[in-house]
Design a protein around this ligand. Sequence first.
Ligand code: COI
Length: 358
Amino acid sequence: MSTDINTSIDIQKTTKSNISQIDFSNLSFGNVFTDHMLECDFKDGQWQTVQIRPYGPISLDPSAKVFHYGQAIFEGMKAYKGEDDSIWLFRPEENHARLNKSAVRLAIPEFPKELFFDGLETLLNLDKDWIQKDEGSSLYIRPFVIATEAGVSASPAQEYKLMILCSPAQSYYSGEVRVLFADTYSRSASGGVGFAKCAGNYAGQFYPTKLANDAGYQQVVWTDASTHENLEEAGTMNVFFRIGDTLLTAPTSDRILDGVTRKSVLAIAEDEGINVTVRTISVFEIEEAAKNGNLLEMFGAGTAAVINPITGFCFQGVDYELPKLTNSYAAHFKERITGIQTKKSEDTFGWTYKVRKI
Ligand code: COI
């Protein structure tokens, strides 16, 4: 990538910023958006000029394929502001690579890396005042691609739109999370789209998660579709278990998202000499460990929450509570990762990316 940002981006600045109307100390996740958004259309076989314009509605033909066949993918990233007002992204190359991996699976054209970084960094420069420095603050970035071609024939579209939206976020605290191990519904299947960050993966979770909510659980821990015996993901996050001092997580596969936070937890654990095992994890082994007191922790790992501790689970109608620890791995990983993201602690892994100034 060149050190200079491409100047051919078409920029239309807002004439009136909304920032003064925002209470940054009272944000609910994903409801407030910055002044600008990025758009880039794919037509005639190529991605066109990147455009940045004031945040607002877009107009699409009602027959656009995204509405009928769900050809839609997205990413979740975060930007932070350092003490010197520099802007930082966390492992953005991973998000760009995964966007393209999802694109290939959904028969969507890949988006060029240089265009992605030049566009995103220009947008962040324009909306930099929306990135707050307070403890726990970040800017959640939502890139996504939708099929915009009109017509309901069931085939990949010839036209797409990539957009990037930015939403100021505070530290994500979802309260006590008790989970239900899935034994009827599944999130993904072998050969399917589970590894892709495609819209349908999330829509398919809403109904089983609502049933779990109604039964008093905040999330579902997804099991493999064929036996429901192996634990795979927690809600919209990867899932970790701590048995004794060993940290366990399932291997990524075509059913499991290759999470950036998951990878970061594994790298930190290895770096610190924590015993880590990546292998298939059976529900019976976790049930057994909970019964004999060896299951010390469960937590989800994802971009939005970073680390989300799980306080208990239900398996086959029986509830199990996890102990409250003072030396929890979940709290430790959250502190290490957010320390690196916010530049408060040293980034020995080279994960942080300084946004170029325009
Ligand atoms: C993440 O935390 O990685 C997500 O994808 C969260 C999003 C579905 C809100």
